[in-house]
Design a protein around this ligand. Structure first.
Ligand SMILES: [Zn+2]
Length: 67
């Protein structure tokens, strides 16, 4: 099973992961997220209130790209 959200991108259930727990984490993250415009790509994404960037942009920034 795979999950996707704009805060963390894709995450997969590994062999040691509890599907209940991962599903619960996903639902909680989604529940805490709001639709807003990403400061990097200007896409409308569902991210946490205190986040300014979607996962793709956060990733780029982490790798030293200027966005
Ligand atoms: Zn973005």
């Amino acid at each position: 099973m795979n999950f996707y959200d704009d805060n963390f991108g894709w995450y997969e259930l590994g062999p040691g992961d509890d599907p209940e727990e991962t599903g619960e984490f996903y639902r909680r993250t989604q529940a805490e997220s709001v639709w807003k415009k990403c400061s990097g790509c200007n896409r409308r994404v569902k991210i946490k209130r205190d986040y300014a960037y979607c996962n793709a942009c956060a990733d780029k920034r982490e790798h030293g790209f200027d966005i």
